[in-house]
Design a binder for this molecule. Structure first.
Ligand SMILES: [Zn+2]
Length: 322
């Protein structure tokens, strides 16, 4: 679903936190709402380029579930005699590396794919995975956004409509359940959160919970207001995640390392605290630039501000929704 043209590399961007910083810093300029960064130089091509160079790292979690890191969002893989089931698809450029990583886990053919939401770093690989046998399931808004050209304003990027094979054939509104490889898989819609298409995928027997981009572990999250996301929706989703897990649950974030309930709580607390600070500044009548200049995230930046979404960008995203 990305343009065929190869994106240009930006600065020294590599698949590393330091590499993303150069781009994320430039990305803060997007808040000025001027087209300072053309599509070919923006965050999306940089993510694609990073994925093209990345090694795919496999982390076995519990039972027959593994997480693959390195191509866009974290990909969960459930193996067994019903064939592999993937949660999220990464970028198409990672096909060779992902194929190798998947084969290394088991010889089971790829049979199913669930998308946690419509964003390209979670769905770009849909077409190739479908072409090798994956039936795709997602929330109905994921199909809606993939079916037409969709703009993400904060990324200054318009995604073209995805090819028909990349579209989820099975969609649902509130929740859905399936059983594969002796494992119950419960999918639940959050309501508007990071986008308007976010679902959680709960492997209940294994107590492994993929929450997509409603959780970024240890880094500020992106919030996509262009397709229904908001800071308050993000906080509601974080509360829902916290209510759904125990100290034994393995929680897979959309981005960042796998973690547990205390990490999810810390993320929720960070969102709530920064929302309050930014809301207070906006209530005083400060503009977005004045609010960014007041550095309401300062005490959180050393931990959370070191990845794709910089402190300034995150402040702007929160400001938009309070
Ligand atoms: Zn996302």
């Amino acid at each position: 679903m990305l343009p065929k043209r190869q994106p240009k590399r930006v600065g020294e961007a590599e698949y590393s936190r330091s590499g993303f910083l150069a781009v994320a810093g430039a990305g803060a300029l997007l808040l000025a709402r001027r087209p300072l960064i053309a599509q070919k130089d923006g965050i999306v091509p940089t993510m694609v380029n990073a994925a093209a160079k990345a090694k795919i790292i496999a982390h076995p979690l519990r039972r027959n579930i593994t997480v693959l890191e390195g191509s866009g969002g974290n990909i969960a893989v459930l193996t067994g005699r019903d064939g592999k089931l993937l949660v999220d698809a990464g970028f198409t450029v990672s096909r060779p590396a992902l194929s190798n990583a998947l084969t290394a886990i088991s010889a089971d053919p790829i049979k199913h794919l669930i998308n946690t939401h419509w964003h390209t770093d979670h769905t770009d690989g849909n077409a190739w995975l479908h072409s090798v046998g994956a039936a795709i399931t997602a929330h109905e808004n994921t199909r809606k956004h993939l079916s037409v050209a969709t703009q993400v304003e904060a990324w200054n990027y318009t995604f073209p409509a995805a090819p028909s094979g990349a579209l989820p054939a099975k969609v649902f509104k509130t929740d859905s359940e399936m059983r594969r490889n002796d494992t119950r898989i419960l999918m639940k819609y959050y309501g508007p959160a990071h986008t308007d298409s976010d679902i959680s995928v709960n492997f209940t027997d294994a107590d492994v919970f993929h929450v997509g981009d409603t959780w970024w572990n240890g880094v500020y999250p992106f919030i996509d207001y262009s397709t229904g996301g908001s800071i308050d929706g993000s906080i509601r989703a974080a509360e829902a995640n916290l209510a759904a897990v125990t100290s034994k649950t393995i929680v897979i974030p959309g981005h960042g390392p796998v973690g547990g309930n205390s990490d999810v709580a810390e993320f929720r607390d960070m969102l709530v605290a920064i929302r309050e600070k930014v809301a207070a500044l906006k209530k005083q009548g400060r503009t977005v630039n004045e609010t960014i200049a007041a550095k309401p995230t300062a005490s959180y930046d050393a931990k959370w501000g070191q990845f794709l979404i910089t402190p300034d960008m995150f402040t702007g995203l929160v400001y938009q929704g309070v």
